[in-house]
Design a protein around this ligand. Structure first.
Ligand code: APR
Length: 311
């Protein structure tokens, strides 16, 4: 029997997560959404693709949490995208309400699950999910760094005309404009990109990475990125389900590491069946630490808004 992944929110990111997890035969998937019948329709459509895609994962759609019972991993994608004219605080308020409700419901039925938060604003939603679940912080993790570094990797591969498979990249910090790409830990076949590209070009790639989400929003016009976000969330789920002990940049709750206390921020962590099993601490240069401090301040600002809203 396969393990179970519940994906909450059957929109663009959620449905793509379900598709990728099923096609990799990582787990049976339960797809939950508030829109009547819609997740049942998407689940059935995905099941009907299974004979052609050659997998035996079952995808179940639901408007309630019953089928999600005893999930190993819960991916939270429920929420709304920021609409024109909507302030950041309005978005936080709406999505905090949604994430709080869905996590409470799902956590009750799957007390041993690892929760992967995808809903934005990511770092703030991690704080909401941690509180709503009552889980130990190792089992509430945010998906941001894998996506941000995947974008950076693609840009590096494109700039050097090499396989994306040769690339590694690290992006730390909050999931926003203040994220901190780390070129000296970003490599092609083990060679730091600082030896392969001129500083101004690296700077441009870092800039493009930090604006990666906005670039896609600008092109799509309606909605935000979902293929790469779904791939990234599913890579994290795979590391957890298979207990791979894979080191990936994720938003985790820090209690002293990197000098931060009680704050979700993106750092390298070891992912296994216990969730974020270890925070990997690397020595940062003064400039990198200053940039990370700035990013941490931005996350603290969001957490303050949450507090003012009663979350
Ligand atoms: N319970 C379950 N599902 C909900 C709830 C709820 N209380 N509220 C909203 N949803 C569902 C919506 O019905 C919708 O199907 O969440 C889904 C969100 O899907 P999309 O609007 O397509 O948004 P998507 O692009 O998938 O992004 C989801 O991920 O990357 C982040 O910023 C993005 O916060 C956003 C989230």
């Amino acid at each position: 029997m396969l393990q179970k992944v519940t994906v909450i929110g059957a929109g663009n990111v959620g449905a793509t997560c379900a598709q990728r997890a099923a096609e990799k035969e990582l787990a049976d998937v339960v797809l939950v959404d508030v829109v009547p019948d819609m997740p049942l329709g998407k689940a059935l459509d995905l099941c009907e693709a299974a004979p052609v895609e050659k997998h035996d994962a079952r995808i179940t759609g639901a408007n309630d949490y019953g089928p999600s019972k005893d999930s190993d991993v819960i991916i939270v994608t429920a929420g709304i995208a920021r609409k024109p004219g909507m302030s950041r605080d309005d978005l936080i308020k709406t999505n905090a309400g949604i994430v709080n409700t869905v996590v409470k419901e799902a956590a009750k039925l799957s007390p041993q699950a690892v929760i992967i938060v995808v809903s934005n604003p990511l770092d703030a939603m991690c704080h909401v999910a941690l509180k709503a679940s009552g889980f130990p912080s190792q089992r509430v993790i945010g998906m941001a760094g894998v996506l941000d570094s995947a974008r950076f990797r693609f840009f590096i591969a494109e700039a050097l005309n090499v396989s994306v498979e040769n690339t590694h990249a690290f992006v730390l910090g909050g999931h926003g404009d203040t994220m901190v790409p780390l070129p000296r830990f970003s490599t092609v076949a083990g060679i730091p990109i600082t030896e392969l590209l001129p500083p101004d070009q690296i700077q441009a790639l870092c800039q493009r990475t930090a604006q990666g989400g906005a670039e896609i929003v600008g092109l799509l016009k309606t909605g935000s990125a979902y293929y790469a976000p779904a791939s990234s969330a599913v890579e994290m789920a795979e590391a957890i389900l298979k207990d791979k002990k894979k080191i990936l940049p994720c938003a985790v709750y820090l209690s002293g590491q990197y000098g931060y206390q009680d704050l979700y921020i993106g750092v390298p962590v070891k992912l296994g069946k216990g969730g974020a099993e270890e925070v990997i601490q690397i020595k940062l240069t003064a400039a990198e630490k200053t940039a990370l401090d700035k990013s941490a301040d931005a996350v603290r600002g969001l957490v303050k808004v949450l507090g003012d809203l009663g979350f």
